[in-house]
Design a protein around this ligand. Sequence first.
Ligand code: ADP
Length: 355
Amino acid sequence: MPVTRDEILAVLGKITDPISGTDIVAAEIVRALTIEGGEVRFIMEVASEHGLAMEPVRAVAVRAVESLPGVSKVSALLTAHTTKAPPNLTIGRHATPQAGPTKPAGVKTVIAIASGKGGVGKSTVASNLAVALAALGKRTGLLDADFYGPSQPRMMGVTGRPQSPDGTNMIAPIAHGVTMMSLGLLTKDDEAVVWRGPMLMGALQQMMGQVLWGELDVLLVDLPPGTGDVQLTLCQKTELAGAIIVSTPQDVALLDARKALSMFAKLNTPIIGMIENMSSYICPNCGVEAHIFGHGGAALEAAKQGMPFLGEIPLDLAIRLAGDDGTPIVAAKPDSPQAQAFIGVARGLIAKGLV
Ligand code: ADP
């Protein structure tokens, strides 16, 4: 019998965190737990000043999981975040005037990942594409500009507030080889973002300009769904290589995707192509392929609009579970067909010379 997530969390939940006095699961030290056959991986995230004190706890945690039936290998990585004061940012300020479109210093290419409506898997595609590009040797960044529902911290398994060496600029954390930043790292989980348009624009400008991205071949920007202020600002203020539109195959999603396409056209932002997500579903029990949201709609739409079709991603439970766990499927199971679908799209972008 393969080991389950609950069994692992149960044994880890018996280990005390010497710093908080509660157990290491309740103290949210255990992160990004993945189980692949008998192989268990997780991260233990602790404040940097507690790194040394936590090493013996890590060793105990590894032994506890190793003792479970069905476990063949355990790797637990200790990562540190700082508890220093968060950067003194005025995220949410109004936008400041800027001459022409620019790119963050050191970033070669900026690509927007957009969708006409929410829930089509835009963030899932953005995180997996970023991890795939990084795995293919490209220095990759991911900016979560989905301010109303920033999901990249959860999908990429990143917690803790970013550090700021000078109180102005932020150091972006690196997860699964990708340098990433999200407003979700700067606001509390339960803090609703209720900014008006101009403030969103200011926030986007700050995230672009005040994050120390380092040298990057490509920065993917995960946009909010639809055609609002953030999209406008990004297209007007940033030197974009283009936008990738994510859609599910059914007509309603495509209708919204069409609106996004016309917005980018009006803003003279090139469309790099379309990706069809939740394209097909292979029944895990009988292996039969089903098309829950239809199939091929995005490819047809792309052909109709005369734009490249970049690939299709299956609807698959493993993709959702990996995203929920903080390790995108491309990092969790790079050889799986699901991961290969994303890697194929990444290879296509590289082959086109875009990245
Ligand atoms: P969006 O950014 O467009 O709002 P998300 O990426 O947040 O969408 O995806 C919405 C939900 O659908 C998430 O729970 C995600 O895990 C799930 N999901 C996205 N793509 C897939 C897929 N190909 N297979 C299974 N679940 C998916």
